[in-house]
Design a protein around this ligand. Structure first.
Ligand code: F0G
Length: 439
């Protein structure tokens, strides 16, 4: 049998997914529109009961199948999400909405590594996804579920990236998208994308948390499928970043993986991905997964500090890293579990530290969003505190593309531009000579 042939067990395993409450543990096979536990109203996560019983050879076989698909030509093999479909809910091919998401580069950060005294520092650049953020990996899976269920409308509340991704994938699926945005708080690149891809864009006089609250009510009154990360299928797509990191690192587990935290689904998804690889026997240990928040939007940091992760401490969020301007994160319980299971840290960083880290990444030729740069700012703090040690390997997850928030960069760095000056070679050379001389 060719290794690309799917063994029947593999298909059965993913076909039979269930939904498990992250709080009371109740398992259910169907979900309501808000994707909440019918018993305690907490969030659900997707579980694959058959995978838990899989023999060790099964994991190794998956590794081979996934590798072979990388040279395939089918859309579901080219996708850096659907390539791992044995660990995703089963979806018929005609409902699969994919744009070759995932497949993002893992790049070495040589200068930052040198400055921090670390042997191996890499950035997994999720900003290289089709709409410029990690959201595409999750939206691809969740919108495919919406399509399979026969919805024609999808919706989300967003700080910007989810809306861009939802709008694009809905367009590809020939569905209609509705996005609720906090008025005046979304970076212009993201707003422009949502408009361009044909979303119905509604700006509300509130913040992200307020938009999500309104959306809760809307989906009870209007038949639109919710694509926020309360939707557990989102995390199934997003967890594949862990699989890609492991493939790209030749299955050597990094000591640390660091993500920014907003609504806290992404860190949770990352943790779920690594956990499933461990359950399949493909890795022995988990990396420490650390979550970094902006100091002005740090509900998880406060929750961990003030009550050890038992009860969410909400905050009024304020940060120029608008992607993570969230004070009442939906997935906080999942994130606390990931921190506890992996032994990761939760830190916050100031606006100045974020700006500095972003400029440093930029000076290595690696652009990203301010929210993504929080990871490097956080890493510096974790190195200073001794949590990340001098011999340890680190992966930063850069979540969004640098062109999403051009205003941020221009405001911070416009003074580095020389001129306007005369259109005259002698004048230009004079400036260059001064630069060369180091003045
Ligand atoms: N980085 C970027 C670039 C983001 O857009 C987001 C979230 C995060 C990090 C945080 O991820 O919420 O899973 O903890 N953006 C959402 C949005 C909220 O609406 O685009 P999280």
């Amino acid at each position: 049998m060719k290794t690309t042939d799917n063994p029947a067990r593999v298909e059965q395993a993913s076909a039979g997914h269930l939904l498990k409450c992250v709080h009371c543990g109740m398992v259910q096979s169907t979900v309501d529109r808000m994707f909440r536990c019918t018993q305690c109203n907490e969030l659900l996560e997707v579980v694959y009961p058959l995978l838990a019983e899989a023999p060790r050879e099964f994991g190794l076989r998956l590794r081979e199948i996934w590798k072979e698909r990388r040279t395939g030509t089918l859309p579901e093999d080219i996708s850096g999400v659907w390539r791992f479909r044995e660990l995703l809910p089963a979806i018929q091919r005609n409902n699969m909405i994919t744009m070759c998401e995932g497949n993002t580069p893992l790049v070495k950060l040589t200068r930052a590594a040198r400055e921090l005294g670390l042997p191996e520092l890499r950035a997994k650049h999720q900003g290289m996804n089709p709409t410029g953020s990690f959201k595409d990996t999750g939206i691809s899976v969740a919108i495919s579920m919406a399509k399979a269920e026969g919805y024609s409308f999808v919706c989300c509340a967003s700080t910007g990236n989810t809306s861009a991704s939802v709008a694009a994938y809905a367009a590809r699926a020939e569905m209609k998208s509705i996005v609720l945005l906090p008025a005046g708080q979304v970076a212009s690149g993201k707003l422009a994308q949502a408009i361009e891809y044909g979303a119905h864009v509604l700006q509300l006089h509130t913040d992200f948390d307020g938009c999500l609250n309104v959306l809760h009510d809307v989906v009870h009154r209007f038949p639109a499928y919710l694509l926020n990360s309360l939707n557990p299928y989102r995390l199934e797509g997003q967890k594949t970043v862990a699989f890609e990191i492991m493939e790209q690192m030749d299955w050597n587990v990094p000591d640390h993986v660091i993500v920014p935290g907003g609504n806290l689904a992404n860190g949770s998804a990352l943790g779920k991905g690594f956990q499933e690889l461990r359950e399949l026997g493909l890795i022995r240990n988990l990396p420490k997964i650390s979550i970094i928040q902006a100091a002005g939007a740090n509900p998880l940091v406060r929750t961990m500090r003030e009550n050890g992760g038992n009860a969410l401490v909400r905050v009024n969020a304020e940060t120029r890293a608008t992607a993570i301007r969230i004070g009442n994160p939906a997935s906080w319980r999942k994130a606390v579990a990931v921190l506890n299971n992996s032994g990761g840290a939760c830190e916050d960083v100031t606006e100045k530290e974020i700006a500095q880290a972003k400029a440093e990444l930029g000076s290595e030729g690696i652009g990203c969003e301010p929210a993504s740069a929080a990871t490097l700012a956080g890493l510096k703090k974790l190195v200073r505190s001794g949590f990340v040690k001098a011999n340890e390997s680190v992966v930063l997850v850069l979540t969004g593309h640098t062109l999403k928030d051009v205003d941020y960069m221009l405001q911070a760095q416009i003074n580095r531009v020389i001129g306007p000056m005369p259109a005259d070679a002698a004048a230009v050379v004079a400036v260059l000579e001064r630069i060369h001389a180091g003045n």
